[in-house]
Design a protein around this ligand. Sequence first.
Ligand SMILES: [Zn+2]
Length: 150
Amino acid sequence: MPDITLISAALTSLKAAIDIAKFLRETDQSLENAELKLKLADLVVALADAKIRLVEVQDALTTKDQRIAELEAAFEIKDGMVRRYDAYYSVDGSGRPIGVPFCLRCWEVEHKRRQLVNDANRQRTRVCTACGHQYNWQLAREIRADESNT
Ligand SMILES: [Zn+2]
């Protein structure tokens, strides 16, 4: 559910609760005991509904905070990543790719740095443990410091 819809639903529930409370405050003493109990039950339901909606809003905000933190982390390392053939790599002091290969798909689609590993079932294949994408071993191999300028 979109966040604005969650907030609107919470506000609607709170408005219903406030309206019931106002009605109870402004009603004269002639209210029957059974009617009073019914109105109080409506008030409790409206407040419980508002609480549930606010928990949903809180969850949505927490998810967004996590995603913002991930994107900030990706943004910080963006300039420190370079593509070579089918993988991304960290860069050395001269801006050349070096070290272990990272999944091209995960970096370009999700902005997450995920290291590729050798596929135990297929020779000459590297695989991303997160998305499962497979890469040719030659096009996504580790680059040692003494070969990073090739
Ligand atoms: Zn991946």
